[in-house]
Design a protein around this ligand. Structure first.
Ligand code: UGY
Ligand code: MN
Length: 255
């Protein structure tokens, strides 16, 4: 039976020793079967899986957090570290610096500036994608939160994808979080090369990601690390739209 092609395709992901994950100095693909869950100081009743961190040459960390019922996260570990979270499943709650409870269901996000009294917990359990980095600007970023779909679509001259930026585009914030939507068949017009680094997670759909001189089939749940200047390009394929989340440091002078 397993000699039939369709069976081989179905079982490929479960083959002992098989993974699509790959790492090179300028990019990495981290697929779900490669996530390693562990405890992390400050995360009570929660497990985290780091996908990208300074250990891979990045200037930021990107990790998943599995918050069990009645869990909480201490503030980001150093006073200079800022944190962004997107709720992938379940519901978490933040306490604003003013002490107000902010409910964060799936597809809601929150930004915690460095050294904030704002707190994060989950009463009933939640799955999060978390970005952390050392704050590099000299502004006054504040705690904020929102629902992804409420964020307005922005102009993308020359491109067909739809773009949302979840953080304010002011010099108070030294990075932004982009949500990019593609219909099947749409692709990046610019074959990008730039100084910014990216940590990406494909939230929906499937397609082909070009990184340097390699083309990777990817699907929802896959994460990608892009070092500065790596050639990057995406084409959405299949029958359903693609959505990805990606971080980008923007207001920091590359010098
Ligand atoms: O803004 C960006 O750099 C973004 N378009 N990059 C990407 O999607 N790989
Ligand atoms: Mn880019």
């Amino acid at each position: 039976m397993q000699l039939l092609g369709c069976h081989l395709l179905l079982f490929a992901a479960d083959l002992p020793g098989f993974t699509r994950s790959t790492y090179s100095p300028d990019h990495a693909l981290i697929t779900p079967e490669s996530r390693v869950w562990a405890g992390q100081p400050g995360w009570k009743n929660a497990l985290t899986a780091h996908l990208i961190s300074p250990a891979s040459g990045a200037s930021f960390s990107m990790f998943m957090a599995h918050m069990k019922p009645d869990s909480e996260a201490a503030p980001a570990p150093a006073e200079t570290v800022e944190r962004f979270i997107l709720v992938l499943e379940g519901e978490s709650q933040a306490t604003s610096p003013e002490g107000k409870t902010v409910v964060l269901p799936t597809n809601h996000y929150a930004y915690f500036p460095p050294n904030t009294p704002a707190r994060l917990r989950s009463a009933t359990g939640a799955g999060l994608l978390v970005y952390e980095r050392v704050y590099k600007a000299k502004g006054n970023p504040v705690f904020l939160h929102g629902y992804v779909e409420d964020s307005p679509l922005l102009a993308t001259p020359g491109e067909t994808f739809q773009l949302r930026k979840l953080l304010p585009q002011t010099t108070d914030y030294d990075f932004n979080i982009h949500i990019m939507d593609f219909n099947p068949g749409e692709y990046l017009n610019v074959k990008e090369v730039h100084y910014n680094q990216h940590g990406l997670m494909l939230l929906d759909g499937k397609g082909i990601y070009r990184l340097a001189d390699k083309w990777y089939p990817i699907q929802a749940g896959d994460a990608i690390w892009m070092a500065p200047y790596v050639v990057q390009w995406y084409a959405a394929l299949g029958t359903t739209p693609s959505r990805y989340i990606i971080n980008k440091d923007t207001t920091v002078d590359p010098l």
